[in-house]
Write a protein that binds this ligand. Structure first.
Ligand code: ADP
Length: 279
């Protein structure tokens, strides 16, 4: 039995079909003293080809839509840039504030379409890694500078904890920097204003770990697994979002043979860790 419960692909009659396997152990009690003995399995195969086809149609649909949306959003942002240019004429305070609201929302739209595109890459198996040797601090520095404006806006103070000696990583730095940026952006969004956030790296038991710790609202233990599922958001979450960031982060980490997890307590804050095996 495969642990991940991935469907079985069977090629027959010139057609690919997908089956979900369920293993039912057959147990026999031969003598009173010996106890139960497993003598085999009954394997039930459920044909899920139709669902698979629908799922792939959905992925293609999302991919096309998000791709198509990117161009008009970029055009909106370009026009906004021009609008803010003094040479075209200056905006009064109210117009300025409307323009910055348009910018904020276009940024969000662009972010969401980017996340949807990343998701479809994972789902269609088109996730290609280009790994290279990278120091963990380079990835951390990238993420800290990518979230600087956001951190300033919320008055968050980001501290970096970095050991003197740590192995280098062999990873797709663009994807892992994206994961850390996403964790930092969550830490800022789900903390109170003017909070502390710690981002750092350490080596533990043959793994290189990078963590992002906040002292914000924390996450109920009931949701520590589900927050890594697609589109899942903790019930009652008011901050706007898509529920995709952590799911994509998990996919990116698994593609690197790595792991991602959270330790968190309501009211005390959360610590997200990503870990890579030392090679
Ligand atoms: P999004 O933030 O877009 O909703 P994510 O996949 O990044 O999507 O996060 C899923 C959910 O996990 C969030 O909606 C939020 O409820 C919860 N969450 C993530 N990070 C934190 C954090 N640092 N503190 C508290 N809750 C968090």
């Amino acid at each position: 039995p495969n642990e991940k419960h991935e469907p079985l692909k069977i090629y027959a009659d010139d057609k690919e079909s997908f089956f979900q396997a369920v293993y039912v152990p057959i147990k026999l009690t031969e003598t009173e003293t010996e106890g139960e003995k497993q003598v085999g399995n009954v394997i039930l195969l459920k044909n899920i080809t139709e669902f698979k086809e629908l799922d792939s149609a959905k992925t293609t649909f999302i991919s096309t839509i998000s791709h198509e949306l990117k161009t008009p959003i970029s055009a909106i942002m370009m026009s906004l840039k021009l609008l803010e240019d003094q040479r075209i004429g200056s905006l009064n305070d109210e117009q300025q504030s409307l323009a910055s609201s348009i910018k904020e929302n276009s940024d969000r739209l662009l972010n969401i379409t980017g996340e949807l595109l990343k998701l479809t890459q994972v789902e269609t198996g088109k996730l290609i890694l280009s790994p290279k040797i990278t120091k963990p601090i380079e990835l951390i520095n990238y993420a800290v500078s990518a979230t600087r404006v956001l951190a300033e806006r919320f008055g968050c103070n980001i501290e970096v904890e970095y050991p003197e000696k740590i192995h280098k990583l062999f990873v797709d730095s663009e994807k892992i920097a994206w994961v850390i940026t996403n964790l930092l952006s969550n830490a800022i969004h789900y903390s109170k204003e003017n909070s502390r956030i710690i981002v750092g790296a350490k080596e533990v038991d043959q793994t290189i770990q990078i963590f992002v710790q906040d002292f914000g609202k924390g996450i109920d233990p009931r949701y520590h697994q589900s927050i890594f599922d697609r589109y899942f958001r903790v019930p009652g979450t008011k901050v706007q979002g898509s529920g995709l960031g952590l799911a994509i982060s998990k996919d990116f980490m698994e593609a690197h043979d790595g792991k991602i997890w959270v330790e968190s307590e309501i009211g005390k804050g959360s610590k997200f860790t990503i870990a890579f095996p030392v090679r």
